[in-house]
Every structure is written in structure tokens, then in C-alpha cells.
Write a protein that binds this ligand. Structure first.
Ligand code: BG6
Length: 484
């Protein structure tokens, strides 16, 4: 099954923070892969812009190393790598001063679209936007891409939105949530709205509960100072997990277009009930088996930041009243796994009497690793000996079903950057969505602070604190095992 690659038009892309970690690990490798695939045309111009005093050759050497480290060997075709590097330029720029702006403006070509990737801390967003405007680069053809964290709370997110709105229209602003660029996340919409099978059952009458798990094995690594001010709630729930929840819970949009989809997601966030302390378990990982604990990682003696959080959420609308959503995410957990599991209700009456093997249907959408979809169904155990039931998975691992192409699923950044160039905002967060998510998150965090809540310790390599199990046991339910 050969996939159709439709090349985009030539464009100029400026990466502010072009020598940073995100540029090295994600943005430059993603651009290279799309160039290799033929989607980015050879006439592209990519301009790294940062404070470091580099020239074009040194920036190309930086990009070459990034490609060597983060692009698979099969795609590192020497002639293609050279051609790509030949399209890179570098400008020394001072976001808060005059250095570099005139040169950057001279490099931008008149007849192509312009995109500016703000791969810098949010405190520089306003300066960059202002300088782009002052130097004539904020015209209607310009798009800007901003990364999370988009604010630290509602007030700061509003301030950022206001600042950007002084210089750019909402239709020019692309707020990245890289979870929306993951293949299976988009598949969630294809499954729901491309099939007749699921949507009639997609409500509280037929769905018992939904679990969303994003478990990581890594700790906070070198990001201690950022993470310790954020915690799992701000780092993962307010954005990535909220977006997943929205895609599961939203009403069918009338079209797959940016505002139709984002309007429906916004309604979900606004329908979320406020949470009480009984709906939340926070955790912090401890040292285990030679792995340092959270406090060591962030170099603190008494941090109360959570590296794990489990929540029980209610979406108060006709579709979902009575069906809880359980969310959990954590660092240093047993396995790296992200999945959404939708557990349907039991059939109203069993004609087989009480049977051990009969289990509710569970639709599992696996985001990573091993992207795929499984539907657990009850069947008869083969062979004679009466009607014995067993539960089996109808398994569609993408790698098996779609062959070699699925082994090569584009990275979220590849897809999202291409959407910026195509001018498609469907997979980007709108300003009001981000603010609504903060408006829901803020009182939860304020409650912890007011109560001086302390996270529960959990062993590195475990499934999180014991209390998170209780969150579900209390409702007569169980978390799915955390396994790859
Ligand atoms: C980032 C968070 O947004 O997402 C990180 O800041 C987290 O803390 C990462 O590790 C997870 O992304 P992925 O794609 O590896 O699941």
C-alpha cells in the first residue's frame, strides 16, 4: 500500500531557539524526514535563529548531528542529507534587541508562505511577536507556532493570548500539543466518525467507564527546575490528557475542519465537573533499585510537586452523565504505555447463566508503543463440553494490518509542521480551549496549595501509589495493568 505524498508549496521557516533541545531532537529531524519523503520541496528555506554566535556552516553541522542522532539509518541518504543541509541558514538574533532582525527580514522571500516557530520560553513570545511586526514580517501570510507550556495558569495563559493577539490573528497562531499529532490519536476520530459500529453505543447508556493512561518510565531528567514548578497536572493533564478526553467525549462535529472540531472540544472542557479531594490522588516517585527518587532528581528536600496524578472526572452532559473518566499519568512507572480503554457495560441479561469467561467488551486504543486497536469480545471456547465462554481480543496492531508503512508512522512533529505549512489548524489548540482547560485546572491546584497537600510516595518502577488503586476500587472497578 503505497502512501500518497502530496508535496507542499515552497516555504520559509524560521526556528527561533534554533539551537535548542527541541530543535535538535524534534524539529530539525522532523523537517529532514519530510524532506526525505518528498513532501518538503527542494526550494524550502529553513532559518535557525538564536543567540549563539554561529554561522551557516556551524548551524549545518549542528543539524547534521541532530539528523545522525534522531533519524533512522535508512533515511539518512547522504545526497539527501547534503541537499537538506544546503537549505539551512542561520541568523544570530536577539529577541529583546535589534541584532539580526534586519538580516532575517532580508532573507525572507516575497513569494512564499512564512512560518515562525517559537521554540523558546513563553516569556519571549511577546518580544518575538513585536519584533516580527516592527520588521514587517507579521503580514497575513505569516504563521506562528508556539509550544507548551502555554501559560502556568489561567491568568498567564490569558496574558499570552492577549499578547499574541496584538500582532497576529487567531487563524495565524498554531499552538502545538504534540499528542494531537500522534497517529492513533487521529485514528480515534476515524474510528468514532468513520464507522457506524461505535457511535450509537458511544454514551453513558452503553459505556461503563473510560480509562486514559499515559505512563512513562523516564524520570524528570534534566528538566528538574521546569518540572518542579509544573508537576504532572500542568505538564500532562491540562494539555495532552485533556485533549485525549475531548476527542473521546466530544459530539460529532459537522465537518472535519478546525473550528467545527475545536468548538466541540471546548464544550467538553466546559462540561467537566469541578473535582473534590476524593477524586484525586497525587504521587511522587521514590528511589528504587539504584534509580534516584524525585527529590534527588529535582535537587530538593521537601518538594511537594506530583510526578503522578490519578483523577476521576465527570463530564456533565446528556451523553456522559453517569460514565466516569479515570485519568492517570506518571513518571518512573513500570512501563512506557499510553492507551485509552473504553469499557462497555455488561449485556443486560446473560442467557448462559453466571459464566466465568464472560467479560465486558473493552475497546483499547493504544497510542504508544505498538500503536493499534484491540476490541475484547466474548466467544465460545472452542471444542466440545458445553457452552463455555472466553474473552478474546480482536486485535489490529497497525504494524501487522498495514504492513511496512505502519512501521514508519511519521512522528507527531512531522505531521504538525506539515499542517502549519498547509494552513490547517484542526490539530492545534485554539486560545479559548487552552483558557478553558486552565480554568478547570486552576481550582484543583489551588485546593492542593490551600490544604498543603503532600503527594503519596510510590516506588520507581511501580504502577503509582496504592491510593490510586483505591480511586477505582471504591467504584467497584480496576485500573488496567501498566504494561507495554
Ligand atoms: C511533554 C511533557 O509534553 O510530553 C513531558 O512535558 C513528557 O514531561 C512528554 O515526557 C511525553 O510525550 P511522549 O510523546 O513521549 O508521550
Amino acid at each position: 500500500m503505497a502512501s500518497r505524498i502530496i508535496p507542499v508549496d515552497p516555504f520559509d521557516l524560521v526556528i527561533f531557539g534554533g539551537t535548542g533541545d527541541l530543535a535538535r531532537r524534534k524539529i530539525l529531524p522532523a523537517l529532514y524526514r519530510r524532506f526525505w519523503a518528498g513532501q518538503i520541496p527542494p526550494e524550502v528555506a529553513i532559518i535557525g535563529a538564536a543567540r549563539s554566535d554561529l554561522d551557516d556552516a556551524q548551524y549545518r553541522a549542528f543539524a547534521r548531528e541532530a539528523i545522525e542522532e534522531f533519524v533512522s539509518e535508512v533515511k539518512r541518504v547522504p545526497a539527501t542529507v547534503e541537499a537538506f543541509l544546503g537549505r539551512l541558514r542561520y541568523v544570530v538574533i536577539d529577541a529583546r534587541g535589534e541584532t539580526g532582525w534586519a538580516e532575517l527580514s532580508r532573507l525572507m522571500r516575497a513569494d512564499v508562505d512564512h512560518a515562525f516557530y517559537f521554540s523558546v520560553g513563553p516569556s519571549l513570545f511577546g518580544d518575538l511577536a513585536q519584533r516580527l511586526r516592527d520588521n514587517g514580517m507579521a503580514g497575513p501570510e505569516a504563521r506562528i507556532v508556539v509550544e507548551k507550556p502555554f501559560g502556568h495558569d489561567l491568568a498567564s495563559a490569558r496574558a499570552l493570548n492577549r499578547t499574541l493577539a496584538q500582532h497576529f490573528d487567531e487563524a495565524q497562531i498554531y499552538r502545538i500539543d504534540h499528542y494531537l499529532g500522534k497517529e492513533t490519536v487521529q485514528n480515534l476520530m476515524a474510528i468514532r466518525f468513520g464507522n457506524m459500529l461505535f457511535e450509537p453505543l458511544w454514551n453513558a447508556q452503553y459505556i461503563d467507564h473510560i480509562q486514559i493512561t499515559v505512563a512513562e518510565t523516564v524520570g524528570v531528567g534534566g528538566r528538574g527546575p521546569y518540572y518542579d514548578r509544573s508537576g504532572a497536572m500542568r505538564d500532562m493533564v491540562q494539555n495532552h490528557m485533556m485533549q485525549l478526553l475531548c476527542l473521546i467525549a466530544m459530539e460529532p462535529p459537522s465537518h472535519f475542519d478546525p473550528d467545527a472540531v475545536r468548538d466541540e472540544k471546548l464544550k467538553v472542557i466546559r462540561a467537566l465537573d469541578a473535582l473534590g479531594p476524593e477524586d484525586i490522588v497525587r504521587g511522587q516517585y521514590c528511589a528504587d533499585d539504584g534509580v534516584p527518587g524525585y527529590l534527588t532528581d529535582v535537587d530538593s528536600r521537601d518538594s511537594t510537586t506530583e510526578s503522578f496524578v490519578a483523577l476521576r472526572l465527570a463530564v456533565s452532559n446528556w451523553r456522559w452523565k453517569g460514565t466516569p473518566f479515570y485519568l492517570r499519568t506518571g513518571k518512573r512507572m513500570r512501563a512506557r504505555t499510553s492507551e485509552i480503554a473504553i469499557t462497555f457495560k455488561e449485556p443486560p441479561h446473560s442467557i448462559f447463566g453466571v459464566q466465568k469467561g464472560q467479560a465486558p467488551n473493552v475497546l483499547v486504543i493504544k497510542l504508544q508503543p505498538n500503536e493499534g486497536i484491540t476490541l475484547n469480545v466474548t466467544i465460545k471456547e472452542p471444542g466440545p463440553g458445553g457452552m463455555r465462554l472466553i474473552e478474546v481480543p480482536l486485535d489490529m496492531s497497525f504494524a501487522e494490518a498495514l504492513g511496512p508503512e505502519a512501521q514508519d508512522i511519521p512522528d507527531a512533529y512531522e505531521r504538525l509542521i506539515m499542517d502549519v505549512i498547509r494552513g490547517n489548524q484542526t490539530l492545534f489548540m485554539r486560545g479559548d480551549e487552552v483558557e478553558a482547560a486552565w480554568a478547570w485546572t486552576d481550582p484543583i491546584i489551588a485546593g492542593w496549595e490551600a490544604r498543603e497537600d503532600r503527594p503519596r510516595p510510590y516506588d520507581a518502577g511501580s504502577s503509582g501509589p496504592e491510593d490510586s488503586l483505591m480511586l477505582m476500587h471504591r467504584d467497584g472497578r480496576r485500573w488496567r495493568e501498566v504494561r507495554p
